[in-house]
Design a protein around this ligand. Structure first.
Ligand code: UGY
Ligand code: MN
Length: 242
């Protein structure tokens, strides 16, 4: 293995973080038999949610229920996840799992997926589990800009307390302005790359990089290169800050 002489692009700050693949720490957890996890974002850094990469090395079986009141969202990167109720997710398949959902599942040995967990803020009835795939989702142009297409994986129904979106950038496209908002983000670059502005820093980013954006952090992305760039992004939504 080539030594990296103490270098990493990862950068953990008060209100944002860039987490890059060379610094991932893969761990096992008693409630995740057959899997290794790299927790990239967690409440310890100031976030109100956790985001992990999961790889099923030895055939993941049953992850049971999350901690009380905690909802999960999974997004498959490679391989396949099959749930006991018969749903199978292939690459870019996803599932929303409400609190108390007993996730009996099996994974092929080469499966990698992204996991989000957060304390679900109910409003009315808690939504039922939901399964889908990105390729079946119609995109909409963000603020009329057809170089920036958003695919929403969850319904906009206010019963959901968050959004999980895929943002598709034509080469050269960028967010129209530097956003600041109280909602947080967890992000994984899926394809392409560019420059991400977070607070007063500009980071070169590419596929495999993850980002935490805390409340109010100024944020902007400009896509570079000749191929489209895409990222998966979580945002707590549909709830007031108080
Ligand atoms: O929905 C959002 O807030 C999104 N446009 N933010 C982002 O891409 N950093
Ligand atoms: Mn934003």
């Amino acid at each position: 293995m080539t030594p990296n002489f103490g270098q990493t692009r990862s950068d953990i700050r008060r209100n944002h973080a860039l987490l890059t693949p060379e610094s991932h720490e893969w761990i096992t957890q008693p409630d995740w038999p057959g899997a290794e996890l790299a927790f990239l974002i967690s409440p310890d850094m100031g976030a109100k949610f956790a985001m992990a990469l999961v790889r099923a090395e030895a055939g993941l079986t049953d992850i049971g229920t999350a901690t009380e009141g905690v909802a999960r969202f999974v997004f498959v990167l490679e391989g396949a996840l099959t749930f006991a109720d018969g749903n199978t997710l292939g690459p870019e398949g996803y599932a929303f799992l409400p609190p108390a959902y007993d996730a009996l599942l099996s994974a092929s040995s080469d499966t990698r997926f992204v996991l989000f967990e957060w304390q679900f803020l109910a409003r009315g009835d808690i939504p039922a589990p939901m399964f889908g795939s990105v390729d079946g989702i119609e995109g909409t142009a963000l603020r009329g800009d057809d170089w920036l297409i958003v695919q929403k994986m969850l319904p906009t129904d206010p019963a959901f307390d968050g959004e999980f979106n895929i943002m598709n950038f034509h080469p050269g496209a960028s967010l129209a302005y530097v956003e600041t908002h109280f909602m947080e983000h967890g992000l994984l670059m899926l394809d392409g790359g560019g420059v991400y502005r977070l607070d007063d820093r500009w980071y070169p980013v590419g596929a495999g990089d993850a980002i935490w954006m805390g409340p109010h952090v100024p944020q902007w992305f400009g896509a570079l290169g000749r191929e489209p760039s895409r990222y998966l992004i979580y945002k707590n939504y549909n709830r007031s800050p108080l």
